[in-house]
Design a protein around this ligand. Structure first.
Ligand code: SME
Length: 161
């Protein structure tokens, strides 16, 4: 079964979005092979931590629900794979993180990464889904898996504030 089918079945719109994001992170962590970190960064106001969209002044990414090792808590828009993905509203697939200018190494063992933006109903970026692997080339180019993960991101976007 496609991962997005699990995610669709698991999301309960009546629940708090953090509750849904927590279980989605756990589901992706359980189902995806060869990953070292799965989680969300959400766009929030630097001073208040209240969720806003990426085009707001004072916006930055803050750590949301995840599975894996302790991670960076704040990422500026345009910095690292997550910050660039959020600023450009673009999925980024990085086969070798050492080749990504400005890569933020939360875990020195991470080698490969995919980051997918999450957009609200108005099409504005409100966060990212970030997945890391300790295997070089685990994420190389758009494929069936990345398309399915983009579908997961679309489903998740629907329940974000
Ligand atoms: N490597 C990311 C930072 C987040 S961690 O991987 C969990 C980046 O460059 O944006």
């Amino acid at each position: 079964m496609a991962l997005s089918s699990y995610v669709e079945a698991m999301i309960d719109e009546k629940d708090w979005y953090i509750t849904n994001l927590s279980n989605v992170a756990a589901c992706l962590w359980q189902q995806l092979p060869d990953v070292s970190w799965v989680g969300f960064y959400l766009i929030a106001d630097k001073d208040t931590n209240v969720c806003i969209s990426a085009d707001s002044e004072n916006a930055e990414l803050i750590l949301g629900p995840f599975q894996g090792k302790v991670a960076c808590t704040h990422i500026a828009l345009g910095r690292g794979v997550c910050g660039v993905s959020a600023a450009e509203n673009k999925t980024l697939i990085v086969p070798d993180v050492s080749q990504f200018a400005g890569y933020i190494a939360c875990d020195s063992e991470a080698k490969s990464e995919i980051v997918i933006p999450l957009c609200n109903a108005d099409g504005k970026v409100v966060g990212v889904l970030d997945i890391d692997s300790n295997t070089m080339g685990r994420f190389t180019e758009p494929n069936e898996e990345s398309a399915d993960l983009e579908k997961c991101a679309e489903l998740i976007s629907k329940i974000l504030p």
